[in-house]
Design a protein around this ligand. Structure first.
Ligand code: AMP
Ligand code: ZN
Ligand code: FE
Ligand code: FE
Length: 267
């Protein structure tokens, strides 16, 4: 079987439905040779794995940043997950999220939708995010779907969303590169056009996630061209969240052995 590695997935340490160990078991079941678990703003997954069962693991994280009020996700690969600066940065993200989530809950409450912080912590891992709030809005009957929760209340710019504090792209790149990692812009497909993506990349990002989730070749092609034009490393990943994002299987987008080795060697 050819070497395939999925470089983007989430565990229960953020907003995925599989534990880190379950992700490893699933990757092996799917015939993958390599994996990177890229939880939002935490590297806790790497201390929760008991046995990688021969699967090649590349350390990873997906940091939330903001540019011109727009959310931008930056992946960090090959990072030293015991770097104190990295761990302190993750802790600051958790604090930022706590304050922001409190703000969102208070806006929801003003519209008659009551969710407590305890309820949120009870269903979340280390990183508590809007998908958890959406899950509670559905389970408590305030909206009838996850998507509606974002569309009506907690999506960017909606009535119960506040962005709160954030970290810049520059600060985030310093942390990733300082921890020996390679920075990659996640899912350019989901942003606001090529010009915006170019502005983000010009800040010193070293790679671009050209193949993403289940997007067809034709939609990945412009990002391959851009990565070639800017001499960036091309990566791929499914952004698997398990049951939390049904329809996207682990291994939906993968890199080959050469790309995987480049990222490992850069450690
Ligand atoms: P957070 O990091 O807590 O701000 O939550 C961001 C996450 O919410 C993203 O990674 C997506 O998984 C999800 N998300 C954001 N906007 C939407 C949307 N409009 N519809 C569905 N999911 C969304
Ligand atoms: Zn996620
Ligand atoms: Fe993302
Ligand atoms: Fe992701």
């Amino acid at each position: 079987m050819p070497f395939r590695a999925d470089l983007h997935c989430h565990s229960t340490c953020s907003d995925g439905s599989c534990t880190p160990q379950e992700l490893i078991d699933l990757a092996i079941e799917k015939g993958l040779s390599g994996l990177s678990i890229t939880d939002h703003d935490t590297v806790d997954a790497y201390s929760a794995i008991s046995d990688n069962r021969g699967l090649k693991l590349l350390t990873g994280v997906e940091f939330s940043t903001v540019l011109n009020g727009k959310s931008v996700h930056i992946l960090g690969y090959g990072i030293d997950v015991s770097s104190q600066k990295l761990l302190d940065f993750c802790a600051k993200h958790q604090e930022r999220r706590r304050t922001r989530n409190r703000g969102i809950l208070s806006l929801l409450e003003k519209q008659g939708m009551v969710i407590s912080e305890e309820e949120l912590f009870a269903i979340a891992g280390h990183t508590v995010g809007r998908p958890h709030i959406a899950e509670l809005l559905v389970s408590k009957g305030y909206v009838d779907s996850h998507q509606k929760a974002f569309q009506k209340y907690i999506g960017d710019g909606k009535s119960c969303y506040i962005q709160g504090d954030h970290f810049s792209i520059e600060e985030t790149l310093d942390i990733i590169h300082g921890a020996g990692g390679i920075s990659v812009l996640a899912h350019p497909h989901l942003y606001h056009g090529k010009r915006f993506v170019k502005t983000v990349l010009e800040k010193g990002i070293r790679g671009l996630e050209c193949d993403y989730a289940c997007f067809p070749k034709a939609q990945n092609a412009p990002w391959h061209s851009l990565a070639e034009e800017l001499s960036l490393l091309k990566t791929a990943g499914s952004d698997f969240h398990g049951k939390k994002k049904p329809g996207i299987p682990l291994g939906a987008s993968c890199v080959d052995e050469k790309t995987f080795s480049t990222l490992i060697i850069s450690l």
